[in-house]
Design a protein around this ligand. Structure first.
Ligand SMILES: [Zn+2]
Ligand SMILES: [Zn+2]
Length: 241
């Protein structure tokens, strides 16, 4: 009875087009465009496995590689499409429905990474949110995505990184930001060794500069991870509304 009333009083509207019925209708789901090829994380030239192209020009122009070995991106960046609406719902409105839709779409990417390899070689780790923000939000979107993915591929989520609150990043210069970030992320002490010899699949929602994934990867490798593969929904800027 209550469910029935709720449906009449609060109809479910599609996050993409506003039609009544489902959280994200079939038509809008079909409008999500998957990335048809992966790119070199540095210069963004096509590269099948999301690894570095190794091109001299790429390295000379952009300098150092990141600490992660591959970057796999699920969707084409759409600043105003269904994807960004879903991401805003997930990140700022803490919608588990949005995390479910997006996490499910990420599954195929992770499945392609696991192909013909034993699950025991991998650890699934979410990019951490600071304790303060986690308290405010009650929701780490990267962890929610990782849980959806892990549930589907049969890998447990290891929430082994922690992030403390430091000086507001936007107040700092680029180099200072990097150092500030590096000092704020660490391995939780009771998880030491959990990544030793493993390939870590590091999950985040959107990658922009790559700094957070880079710092997380460096820490995971210091703790013995053999390789770190970043898996994200999209690469680009998503404006907060
Ligand atoms: Zn729709
Ligand atoms: Zn390159």
């Amino acid at each position: 009875m209550l469910g029935f009333l709720k449906e009449i009083l609060l109809p479910v509207l599609c996050v993409g087009c506003g039609d009544m019925g489902e959280f994200c209708c079939r038509r809008c789901l079909e409008n999500l465009s998957f990335l048809s090829f992966q790119e070199c994380p540095v210069c963004r030239k096509p590269k099948d496995d999301g690894g570095y192209c190794g091109g001299a020009e790429c390295m000379v122009t952009y300098g150092e590689k990141y600490s992660f070995d591959r970057l796999l991106v699920a969707f084409k960046y759409q600043p105003k499409g269904v994807l960004s609406k879903l991401i805003v719902q997930m990140k700022y409105k803490f919608s588990r429905d949005a995390a479910n839709v997006l996490g499910t779409a990420m599954v195929y990417l992770v499945q392609s990474l696991l192909m013909r390899r034993s699950l025991g070689e991998f650890v699934l780790v979410p990019v951490p949110l600071s304790k303060k923000r986690l308290r405010e939000r009650g929701f780490n979107q990267a962890e929610e995505l990782a849980k959806v993915v892990g549930g589907r591929v049969g890998l447990g989520v290891v929430d082994c990184l922690s992030r403390s609150d430091r000086i507001k990043q936007s107040l700092l210069t680029k180099n200072a930001r990097w150092r500030n970030l590096a000092g704020s992320i660490e391995m939780k002490s009771h998880y030491q060794g959990v990544c030793r010899g493993k390939t870590v699949i590091l999950v985040d929602d959107v990658v922009t500069t790559g700094a957070t994934l880079d710092v997380c990867s460096r820490i995971l490798k210091e703790s013995g991870a053999k390789a770190v593969w970043g898996v994200v929904l999209a690469r680009g800027e998503f404006a907060r509304r």
